[in-house]
Design a protein around this ligand. Sequence first.
Ligand SMILES: [Zn+2]
Ligand SMILES: [Zn+2]
Length: 272
Amino acid sequence: MDPKFLDADGIEDSFSTLNADGMASIYFQCSPDNDGTYHPGDNFKITAICGDSSHVSGITTTWKKMRIEYDCFSGCDLPDTAWWVMERIYKGENLSCFGSLDNDRNPYIEVNKSLAMRSDVSITPIVIDTTVATLSDFRQTYRNNSEKYPLYLVAADTLKDFPYALGLTWTPADNITNKVSFVFVQSIYNRYFTLHSLDSIDLRIGCTAAHELGHFAAYLHDTTGALGYEHFSLNCLMVYRNFTEILTEPRFCDSCVYHFRGNPKKRGPIIF
Ligand SMILES: [Zn+2]
Ligand SMILES: [Zn+2]
């Protein structure tokens, strides 16, 4: 019988077998199927043990893919620069030199425009406020394909009564995996247009989207303390008060990367 490799929850996640030359081959089975279950983004080393001897493999890297259903209000389409910066944040790349950050700062998540499904590309702006009625109604009306695209991002104009809100991620009580992340594009322009160049504002739009998707994908918190957890660094993209100062190297802190990588299921149902 082939040996089985079980993870901490007793789920089979890899197996070994002998190839035609009688050499052992080890296969990772990171999820039971290819859809809808946990797909890790991480860097692994595999240790093979035989009797008293063991051998450690080189680093094997797996990447998560962030499949996003993307809707936008008319005139609020996310600029290419915003997608560009989201891609780099989730790849763990440093914006100023385009180099890779330390491996342990890398969420190993691929996000880009081509993985996104654009379903409603020009919604006539409607009033979004923080009431459950508005948010669940919005989701009911515009959400198309939560199975293939588990993340849902909406570029909207402004949040009613909160013109300074840059983004919002709503978690319905009845269905925790079917959230909505809004980026309030018009509010971001209104807040920064006297201070910054258009390009820099577009970067902020991308940082806001990356932040909101952090709430959505891995239950990351803005706060520390009772309601949240300790962020490793206050320069973390999830710590809102520093959000505007970190554009040279927007990234998630070690605690947030930890939640993205090995342990998202400790914080809620698996989203992608
Ligand atoms: Zn937030
Ligand atoms: Zn953090």
